[in-house]
Structure formats: C-alpha cells, structure tokens
Design a protein around this ligand. Structure first.
Ligand SMILES: Nc1ncnc2c1ncn2[C@@H]1O[C@H](COP(=O)(O)OP(=O)(O)OP(=O)(O)O)[C@@H](O)[C@H]1O
Length: 304
C-alpha cells in the first residue's frame, strides 16, 4: 500500500526543551490516525514539521515520498488548525471561491457545502459575522477545497457541540473510506478510541504507544482474572511460574490473578481442570491505560 507519511528520527529542540525526541513512524493510505497526548507532549510540533512549516533539529519527513515543502506535495494536503483565522470583509462563498482558484483539482462549491454541512445562509454571511462553530465549518471547507489526499486536523472538535462533532466525524470517516488519509491531534482519549483506526500516543516528545485502539488497550492494560476456590488454593506456584502472570493474591476464598493475557489464564484453568467457581475477568478502560502511560513515568522523572 502507498506510504503517505514517513518520519525518521524526527527531533525538535527548543533550547533545552526536547519538544520532539527521535520519533519514527510511517502512515499508509486510508487511515484515521490520532496523535493523542497531554499538553506539551509534542503533537503540534510534530504536525508543524510534517507540514514543512517548522524545520527539524534532526531527522527527516517525507510526504508521498517527497519533501513536504514542494508544491506538488502541498497541493495534496489540507489543513485545519485549531484556531481558524479567516480573512475579514468577504462572504464565505467568496472566500471559498478564492481558495478554489488556487487549485487545479478543487472540489465544487456544491461538494464543499455538502461535506461540511454549511447552510445556504452561512455561505452568504461575511466571515466576521460567523459564530465559532460556523468558523470551524468554514475551516473544514477550506481544508478540503483542493480535494487533498492527506488531511491534518489540529484539535478539530474543540468548541463543537455534540451534534456538530458527530457530523464532523461521520464526514471524516467517509473521506477515509474514499482513500484519504487523516491525521488529527486530540487530548480526548474517548475521541481517539471512537474515531481513529490507529493511535500514536505522545508523551514527553516520544511515542509511548502505537497501534489500534484495541491493541493499545490489550497491550497496555493489566487484566485480572478472579475466581472462588473451595479451601486452600493448591496451584499458586504453578501460576506464578507462568510468564503471563504479574501478581497473584488470595483473599477470603477468592484468588485474583493480575495478568497481561486473561485468555491464557482461563485456558490454564480449564485444561488443568482446576475446580473453581464464579470466574470474573476484568480489564481497565482506555482511560486507565492513558493515565497509566502518561503519569507513571512523569513521577519517576521528577525524582531525577
Ligand atoms: N516555539 C516554541 N518555543 C519554545 N518551546 C516550544 C515551542 N513550541 C513548543 N514548545 C515546547 O515544546 C513542547 C511540546 O509542545 P507541543 O505544542 O508540540 O505539544 P502538544 O502535544 O501539541 O501540546 P498541546 O496539546 O498543548 O498543543 C512543550 O514543552 C512546549 O512548551
């Protein structure tokens, strides 16, 4: 499949702040990729370097196998930044027409209106009269004007109400189905989990996790398998010898096993015919994984 983004050893230092620290990844065509992370994790700095708007201290970015600064690449990219700034004193329709004129392969006014949900009265409004939500819709339309293959959205849904948010993500999913590649940044874990096909979790300028929301949950979360036993639990050592077992404790006739893989524990219980009852399997939420990934090491780093 066509590689849309190739990032190799990307690094950006601002004086002694390592905003982005030796990051490498590649993105193939058609995905919706979330850059997820807390404030200051390095998401925006990475996006600015991907766009060719900020020079890396070290490392390399390729979009469509080319330098992001060349015109042919720029024409294939659409961007919506968090604070949409629009030229004043023109009607939305005029602004869109102006931007359309920059591209040889632009979408029609009708397509733009259709995709972004701009209403007839909105396109006839002057830009300075638009509400925050309307500005975002215009920002969305401007990102799409040139019918780009790669779209960047920096915190796109901040300030949107839940209806606009849902509509926005429905449209983004449709765009991805058409084969466009979407990269968005967010603080919202739930949003990344709901929308993204892949999450890059940023932390202190590095990528702390990379995968589908499901695989991040699977790999990063500890699971527990607990069950009742009649009398003393005879298999304690057997379980503790298993590499998948992180911890095992017993309390009031109930055994709890903390593990990376609950399936293996369950299958061990069944294949060894261990007599237990009232089995329960619990897994933390993505929220827990996020907190775990973005706080634990911070506490550690403060020590140094
Ligand atoms: N122009 C700059 N000059 C100095 N430091 C900067 C500059 N831009 C970013 N930083 C620092 O680099 C680090 C990463 O910032 P960045 O904006 O990339 O994070 P982020 O993940 O996008 O956060 P947010 O969600 O708040 O936008 C932070 O410590 C930030 O203070």
């Amino acid at each position: 499949m066509e590689s849309i983004v190739e990032v190799s050893k990307l690094t950006k230092n601002f004086k002694d702040v390592k905003a982005v620290d030796n990051v490498s990844f590649s993105i193939k065509r058609g995905g919706i990729v979330a850059f997820l992370g807390p404030n200051g994790a390095g998401k925006s700095t990475t996006i600015l370097m991907l766009l060719g708007l900020l020079n890396p201290t070290y490392g390399n970015v390729k979009l469509f196998n080319e330098d992001p600064k060349i015109r042919l690449v720029r024409e294939r990219i659409g961007v919506m930044m968090q604070h949409v700034s629009l030229m004043d004193a023109v009607k939305v329709r005029e602004l869109l027409a102006l931007f359309k004129s920059y591209y040889s392969n632009s979408l029609s006014m009708e397509q733009l209106i259709n995709i972004t949900g701009l209403s007839g009265s909105e396109v006839n409004k002057r830009t300075e009269k638009l509400s925050g939500g309307q500005r975002q819709r215009v920002g969305f339309a401007l990102a799409l004007v040139g019918n780009p293959d790669l779209l960047f959205f920096d915190e796109p849904t901040v300030g949107m109400d839940s209806t606009s948010r849902k509509m926005f993500w429905d449209k983004v999913r449709e765009l991805a189905k058409e084969g466009k590649t979407i990269i968005f940044s967010t603080h919202y874990l739930q949003e990344a989990d709901d929308v993204a096909t892949r999450i890059l979790l940023f932390k202190n300028g590095k990528i702390a996790a990379d995968g589908s929301p499901e695989s991040i949950k699977r790999n990063m979360l500890k699971q527990t398998v607990s069950f009742k036993v009649n009398g003393p639990f005879m298999y304690r050592e057997k379980f503790l010898k298993m590499t998948e077992v992180i911890e095992l404790f017993e309390k009031k006739g109930r055994v709890t096993i903390v593990t990376e893989n609950s399936d293996v524990i369950l299958s061990k219980l069944f294949t060894d015919n261990i007599s237990v009852s009232d089995i329960s399997v619990d897994r933390g939420s993505l929220e827990d994984a996020f907190v775990q990934l973005t706080t634990e090491e911070d506490a550690h780093e403060h020590v140094h």
